[in-house]
Unconditional design. Structure first.
Length: 130
């Protein structure tokens, strides 16, 4: 299952078990419906790779409210909600993996991407929670 804001630029191979779902992951109200459709059409995933990430490249002082909100919702809130949706079934089955893609900027944040670095640090914290 591939979830992205825009459809793939490549053609899905005929007969392949690849399912594409278009979703704006910055909109938390769409995530629950997305997960319900995935469960209904494909089943419960046993592997979740949270790789969504956007970076607007502004300083704290220069970035707009909407840029900050979009970055935090896409990079941190969406992975949190996707874990919340799919982790319980993985636990129930005692089988599954979650991979959260962070960034070195979580540890060594460069200038002009404070919101991005903060989301990736938050993703590391989410991943380390027991």
């Amino acid at each position: 299952v591939v979830v992205d804001y825009t459809p793939p630029t490549w053609t899905l191979p005929s007969g392949a078990r690849i399912h594409f779902y278009q979703c704006d992951l910055s909109d938390a109200s769409l995530i629950k419906g997305l997960c319900q459709r995935i469960r209904a059409n494909v089943g419960n995933p046993t592997i979740l790779v949270n790789n969504a990430g956007i970076c607007r490249g502004s300083t704290v002082a220069d970035g707009s409210y909407s840029d900050v909100t979009l970055t935090i919702n896409t990079n941190l809130v969406a992975p949190f909600l996707l874990c919340k949706e799919f982790l319980p079934e993985m636990i129930r089955r005692d089988h599954g993996h979650i991979v959260n893609i962070a960034s070195m900027s979580a540890l060594l944040p460069p200038g002009k991407i404070a919101d991005y670095a903060a989301t990736k640090a938050g993703l590391i914290a989410l991943h380390e929670v027991r």
